[in-house]
Ligand binder design. Structure first.
Ligand code: SF4
Length: 230
């Protein structure tokens, strides 16, 4: 990486290959067929600590029961808890409920459109705010969930800083810098899918990956694989 930012040629190449990969391999998920910020937020909050396969059934059921932010806002806390039953990490349901009330009562049912305001919603961290705004409004806001963090650090970072906060800052900058103009929706979805399907935590599928020639971690991962095989 060049001092002060990513090399423009490398950036373009990464964007093009990732978007091409997504065109053929991106997942067809129900929350990708809507631009309703409430529906998108429900999916993002569910996905914070739960795998996609498990979220799928819960997402539909929850939205059948609470199809709009106003309907969730007017529910009792115990009812929301019950609707969340089986997904675990109930603090997420509590925060989602508080967010619904805030959006309904303070913002007149309209989701905030700025990064700062979105992050101020209960249970909405920086990455969830980035996903919410880019998927609902096409805003060029970065995301950095676990999968994206792993993908970007493997490809772009030669040596991780011993100070995690510094690495984190660098990854946020990278994630923001890489978004192609006007393509935040597709690009962020593609980052998520590539990290979840190809550049996985255990046994990344390097043999099918389109980034082996630029990936900083690839040579090390191959050496480790060879050592394991003896
Ligand atoms: S080469 Fe392997 S480690 Fe590098 S991005 Fe591809 S899957 Fe991930």
């Amino acid at each position: 990486m060049k001092q002060g930012g990513i090399d423009p040629g490398l950036k373009r190449l990464f964007q093009q290959r990732l978007l091409r990969w997504y065109r053929y391999h991106g997942r067809d998920l129900p929350w990708r067929k809507t631009q309703d910020p409430y529906h998108i937020l429900v999916s993002e909050v569910m996905l914070q600590q739960t795998q996609v396969d498990r979220v799928l059934g819960f997402y539909d059921r929850f939205l059948k029961r609470y199809p709009s932010v106003e309907e969730l806002a007017s529910a009792r806390r115990s009812q929301v808890r019950e609707a969340w039953d089986g997904l675990g990490y109930y603090a997420r349901a509590r925060n989602l409920h508080r967010t619904a009330r805030r959006v309904t009562h303070r913002h007149g049912g309209q989701f905030p459109r700025t990064y700062e305001e979105a992050q101020a919603l209960p249970g909405v961290g920086r990455s969830t705010a980035g996903a919410l705004l880019s998927f609902a409004f096409g805003t060029e806001t970065p995301i950095l969930d676990t999968n994206v963090k792993r993908l970007l650090s493997r490809i772009f970072i030669q040596r991780l800083s011993p100070r995690p906060a510094q690495t984190e800052r660098r990854l946020w900058r990278l994630s923001a810098d890489l978004i192609p103009k006007g393509k935040a929706w597709t690009f962020n979805q593609a980052l998520m899918d590539f990290g979840a399907l190809v550049c996985t935590a255990k046994n990344p599928r390097c043999s099918t990956c389109c980034f082996t020639d630029i990936c900083r971690a690839y040579p090390r991962l191959m050496r480790e694989r060879d050592r394991r095989r003896g």
